[in-house]
Design a protein around this ligand. Structure first.
Ligand code: F6P
Length: 323
């Protein structure tokens, strides 16, 4: 293999740059030329390519975002656009691809591979941690710490005013960010889509907090929570308990930014190296991941379609620690 391309796609995640750096430098180490594709699949279609050198990835290991930029490009579902992307890659002499992203990114990569046979390996880059085949995804640890920092600050003001806060965190359909930031932040309740909840239970829990004379109460709500978003649940709680002083805080996209944690930088570097070395070893249509501290490769099919389980026992922990 003489030349590969690397790109980031979908929602950005802290640590993507560390992964790009690892991909570029591992390829160079093995005598392979690398180009970067800007703005993911959109850039592939537009032939928006940049040569990557060891120097072009200097000083990016600690930078949030992605120097290659990212985009959501739904048109890639259409084979015409994939054909255009493939033709552009072939014209550049690209023989393999490294795709850094989440579910949507790997779906695009899988289709490209199936249609045109271009060897591709993915690196799991998403704050949601919702990919099967790796204990953690790139960006998750940083996002959890960002959410935690916000929850700690909200706790200060909640305690000063004896208020109840509903804090909404990201995660799409998964509750990993909510569960981990909630436990670390000492939340009184955590609502995630993986565990059935009801408004009645939320209210019961608020009452219990009152009986225990807790001065403040924080409920962390995953954005995919099935009973509703934080605003809706807060409204129902206010209707049931009008005396409570309730506020809602939606943490939003701050969870996607910021310097990656040490853990994310190391994870991203290991996954980037594993992806390039996997391509060299003839692997394709797989995602590099780390399970029990060991590098693994999981088929795109499994990474996309198998549901990564959230440890629901963690919720028991929340109950114990709030007794
Ligand atoms: O997948 C990452 C993520 O931040 C999700 O947690 C969230 O649901 C979504 O992306 C938001 O996407 P966008 O930035 O396109 O609004």
């Amino acid at each position: 293999m003489k030349k590969i391309a690397v790109f980031t796609s979908g929602g950005d995640a802290p640590g993507m740059n560390a992964c790009v750096r690892a991909v570029v430098r591992t390829a160079i180490y093995h005598g392979i030329e690398v180009i970067g594709v800007r703005r993911g699949y959109k850039g592939m279609v537009d032939a928006d390519f940049v040569p990557m050198t060891s120097h072009s990835v200097s000083n990016i290991i600690g930078q949030g975002g992605t120097i290659l930029k990212s985009a959501r490009f739904d048109e890639f579902r259409d084979i015409e656009w994939r054909k255009k992307a493939y033709d552009n890659l072939i014209a550049e002499g690209v023989e393999g691809l490294i795709a850094i992203g989440g579910n949507g990114t790997f779906t695009g990569a899988k289709l490209l591979m199936e249609n045109f046979g271009i060897p591709t390996i993915g690196c799991p880059g998403t704050i949601d941690n919702d990919l099967f085949g790796t204990d953690y995804t790139i960006g998750f640890d940083t996002a959890v710490n960002t959410a935690l920092d916000a929850i700690d600050k909200i706790r200060d003001t909640a305690a000063s005013h004896d208020r109840v806060f509903f804090v909404e965190v990201m995660g799409r359909d998964a509750g990993f960010i909510a569960m981990q930031s909630g436990i670390a932040g000492g939340a009184e309740d955590i609502l995630v889509p993986e565990i059935p909840d009801s408004i009645d239970e939320v209210i019961e829990n608020l009452k219990k907090g009152g009986e225990n004379e807790k001065p403040s109460h924080i409920v962390v709500v995953a954005e995919g929570e099935e009973i509703g978003n934080a605003t809706f649940i807060a409204q129902k709680a206010k209707e049931a308990m009008p005396n409570l002083d309730i506020r809602v805080s939606n943490l939003g996209h701050i969870q996607r930014g910021g310097a990656p944690s040490a853990l994310d930088r190391i994870l991203a570097s290991r996954m980037g190296i594993a992806a390039v070395e996997g391509l060299i070893a003839g692997k394709s249509n797989v995602m590099s991941g780390i399970i029990n501290d060991q590098v693994t490769y999981t088929s795109f099919d499994d990474a996309i379609n198998k549901k990564k389980p959230l440890d629901v026992e963690l919720n028991k922990m929340v109950e114990i620690l709030n007794s």
